[in-house]
Design a protein. Structure first.
Length: 114
């Protein structure tokens, strides 16, 4: 059964993107640290100390999360605006149990009025 996604809650999108971006920030931090410590000394940037590289690696996930928190609601608003004009994305879900389709993780399934 195909359904249309006509609206995304902006604050919820911000929270989700903050979490996803934080995970990406951790990955980028680990790769950056690996790159910093694996580069031969003669090729290393003398302006960035090991402490500075470590501080940046710790700060990156938080900066990425903040970016996701700010960008998420803007993207959701833009989607909601465009969905009004275009009808939104058409999504198709597998399964036939309507409780399965409306269940939100951590919450009891909603009962739909037929």
């Amino acid at each position: 059964m195909a359904q249309r996604l006509t609206r995304i809650a902006p604050w919820q999108a911000g929270k989700v993107l903050a979490f996803v971006y934080a995970l990406l920030g951790v990955l980028v931090s680990l790769l950056s640290l690996a790159g910093y410590f694996l580069v031969p000394e003669e090729m290393a940037d003398e302006e960035l100390s090991a402490g500075g590289a470590l501080a940046m690696a710790v700060a990156l996930p938080f900066l990425y999360a903040l970016a996701g928190l700010l960008i998420g609601p803007i993207v959701a608003w833009l989607y909601n605006l465009s969905a009004r004009w275009t009808g939104g994305l058409e999504l198709e879900f597998a399964g036939t149990d309507s409780d399965e389709l409306t269940a939100i993780p951590g919450q009891a399934p909603r009962r739909e009025n037929s």
